[in-house]
Design a protein around this ligand. Sequence first.
Ligand code: ZN
Length: 98
Amino acid sequence: MAEQQKQAQEEKGSKKNCANCNKPVKRIAFYYRNGNFFCGKNCFKLYDKKMKEEKLKKLEEEKKKQEEEAKKKVEVEQVQAVAPEQANKEKSAGEQPA
Ligand SMILES: [Zn+2]
């Protein structure tokens, strides 16, 4: 029983998988960057590229979302501006001569 536990601990401690290709990374060969293990510099570069592309995609999606929300806001403001009573009240109050 105790031996099994020891083995499990050793496996947990020494085996890491490459964040890019998910291959087990050997201790001598691993490449450690940004909290992830890679089996080599190449895998790190590929992974880094992938992450950057995903980040860009996310940013673009967020930008699109914001633009759509801004559009909606403008539409709502236009509808409010067209409401005649409110517009008249504000207009006469602002145009009163001193
Ligand atoms: Zn790899």
